[in-house]
Design a protein. Sequence first.
Length: 65
Amino acid sequence: MSLEENFAKLEEAVEKLEAEDISLEESFRIYKEGMELLRQCNTDIDKVEKQVLLLNETGELEEFA
């Protein structure tokens, strides 16, 4: 899934967790899924950050470290 799709699923998880009629078991299941999605989002963001390019002093592009 894309980063945007993962963020959308995280939003859905938060909405479900905020529901008043959710059971404790369901809360734990959704929380666990949300934490896995969050881990994947962090991994995807790290990959993107490493691909960001910076201009060096001579005007050439260098990979962001």
